[in-house]
Every structure is written in structure tokens, then in C-alpha cells.
Design a protein around this ligand. Sequence first.
Ligand SMILES: N[C@@H](CCC(=O)N[C@@H](CS)C(=O)NCC(=O)O)C(=O)O
Length: 219
Amino acid sequence: MVNLELVSFNVCPFVQRSVITLNHKGCGYKVTFIDLSNPPDWFLQISPLGKVPVLKVNDTEVLFESAVINEFVDDVTPGTLKPSDPLTLAKNRAWIEFGGTCLADLYMMADAKTENEMQQRTDVCRDRLQHVENILTHTAFFNGGDFALVDAAYAPLLIRLDFLCRKIDFLDWNGYTKLDRWKENLLGLESVQDSIIEDFELHYANKIRAQNGYLGSLL
Ligand SMILES: N[C@@H](CCC(=O)N[C@@H](CS)C(=O)NCC(=O)O)C(=O)O
């Protein structure tokens, strides 16, 4: 039995991808929270980019990059969250990467200092999400009826979009109906709900406000 410890930061969406995967696979794991604004030395020694998530395996080995961590977790636990068809798997990996770019877009939106700048970055984000809307079909999850790693990768983004859309004029879900349904399907899963930290919206809003951008002034 493999011993897993996830090094985490409370509102990091990449960490949340791994938490969802770990929850979904039902394997036991320990979480260690760090303060990213004042990271401890032991963390900087094991995380080559100084980023979370990091997964400590059997107290000796270290993995970084959420997509890699999630594939490893999937590989060492019963069942699979990866499609068996190589082309579908490759496409899933590409869209997981794309989802990371969308998360970076949200960060950049929050970092914009003026209304105009934020508007431009919001447009970039909307365009990016349009690509996701276009690739989705009318199934419950990305590949069909079965939850996969690609679903775990997008849930943190969709949770943040859900929050932001209730606060600001961002996305008209009527133009993103497949994305909206996917969001609702994902939010209905226990593995996703259990990945949401207590007072998430408060912490997320505080994180955005700490960026001192225009978006923070609207929350
Ligand atoms: N590509 C990485 C991104 C991880 C990432 O950007 N984590 C952020 C927190 S959400 C971080 O640790 N930032 C600290 C830094 O950049 O110094 C992954 O998928 O794991």
C-alpha cells in the first residue's frame, strides 16, 4: 500500500485537481498545508518550481505537476480514470493542459489593474472557454458517461467560474450551455464537493483582493 502526502495551499486550483482525483480513487492520503507567501525551506527543497501541488510518496519520493501526480495516483490505485483509447487519452491530456491555461487566464483577470485591462483579459478568457464549449458534447462528462482525469482537471476552474459569474458580469451561461451542464454534473459529485475547502468563497475572494486589481474591488 502506497503512502501519499499532498503538499497543498488552501485555494490552489491545481492542488484541488489532485484532491478530486485522490477522493475519486478513494485512497487514503494526508494533506499538509503550507503558506505560499512564506514557503518553508523543506518545501523549497523538494519543489523544483516552488509550486504546489507536490505529492510525497512513501516519505521518500516526490512528484510535482498536478497532471503527472493525478496519472500516478490513478495508476497505483484500483480502477482507472484514463480512457483506454490512445487517441482519446492524448486528447484528454491536451485539454487538461488547456484547462491550466484557462486557470492562468483567471489569475490574469484578477491581476488587471484597470477596468479596461480587466475587460480585455475577460474577453481572452471567454474566447478560451468558447473552445471548451465547442469540444464538449451533450454527455455527463468530458468523454461520455464516465468521470475521467480530464473532468477532475476542469472542476476547480468551473467552481471558480461559478463563483465569479455570481459576482460580476462575466459569462452568460446561455452561450455556454454544455459547459454549464458539465459544471453542474461535476458539482454534484461527492469527490468534487469534498475537495472544496471550508469558506472557499471567502478565501478565494480574499486571494483575489490581495492581488490589488480591479476585480478585487468588485467583490
Ligand atoms: N503546472 C502546475 C501549476 C501549479 C501552480 O501554478 N501552483 C501555484 C499555486 S495555485 C503555485 O504554487 N504558485 C507558487 C509560485 O508560482 O511561486 C501544476 O499543474 O501543478
